[in-house]
Design a protein around this ligand. Structure first.
Ligand code: PRP
Length: 211
């Protein structure tokens, strides 16, 4: 097995900056500006370490298939992907937010079977299944807040960080589903075959997490 190490990081303004700050704390700097470049693969100042830039929802797929040895992505994406196919050794304590149920501030009387709009289909289905409540989940890819306003759905399951987006759209949080933060994940074969390199990365990052 080649001993190069590939780390997948998740795209997105705030979260990419936070990941790059963590990497900078362990002395890793990409050779190009990941926020402005159109490239997807980046060499770093550390020999044999490259970064790949992915949608957060794709990080687990690349790590599970061993294309990336390590990955950084939100727990929300991991819950949707399924958490079996890789190790999850470290909470990076960035990108902290929650997945919540939200609805209109002035909610009209609702039917017994609710329509729930969400990007987090699996998480929403599991949450209601565990409560023994039957719902219809409507998959959306963004702007979830619009669904209760327009009547597409009664409620939404979405990420809440500051709560500003909900507030600006006349919505309120109703139930907390789970806390979310960015996790470090590791390919299972890499953990065996490149053990020292994987363990070093875990140790280095864990030393700077929460600084
Ligand atoms: C998330 C989420 C909300 C917003 C919540 O979207 O879907 O719209 O952030 O943040 P707030 O509580 O601080 O207002 P994000 O910006 O991640 O973009 P997305 O729609 O692509 O998921």
């Amino acid at each position: 097995m080649n001993q190069n190490v590939t780390l997948a990081v998740a795209k997105g303004g705030r979260i990419l900056s936070a990941q790059l700050e963590l990497l900078a704390k362990i002395g890793v700097e990409p050779l190009d500006d990941m926020k402005t470049s159109r490239k997807l693969i980046f060499d770093t100042n550390r020999e044999n370490l490259q970064l790949v830039l992915l949608r957060g929802a794709d990080v687990a797929t690349y790590v599970e298939h061993g294309i990336a040895d390590l990955g950084m992505t939100g727990k929300d994406s991991l819950l949707e992907h399924g958490e079996e196919g890789y190790y999850q050794p470290l909470d990076l304590k960035i990108g902290q937010c929650s997945i919540m149920v939200a609805g209109l501030r002035d909610e009209p009387p609702l039917p017994s079977r609710l329509k729930i709009a969400t990007k987090y289909e699996r998480t929403a289905k599991q949450f209601y299944a565990e409560k023994g409540i039957q719902v219809d989940v409507i998959k959306l890819y963004g702007a979830m807040e619009l669904a209760p306003i327009t009547g597409l759905a009664h409620r939404i399951v979405d990420i809440v960080e500051t709560g500003n987006t909900l507030k600006a759209n006349g919505l309120v949080t109703l139930e907390h589903i789970t806390d979310i933060s960015t996790q470090l994940i590791v390919n299972k074969v890499s953990m065996k075959m490149k053990h020292r390199k994987m363990q070093n990365m875990i140790d280095e990052l864990s030393a700077v997490v929460g600084e």
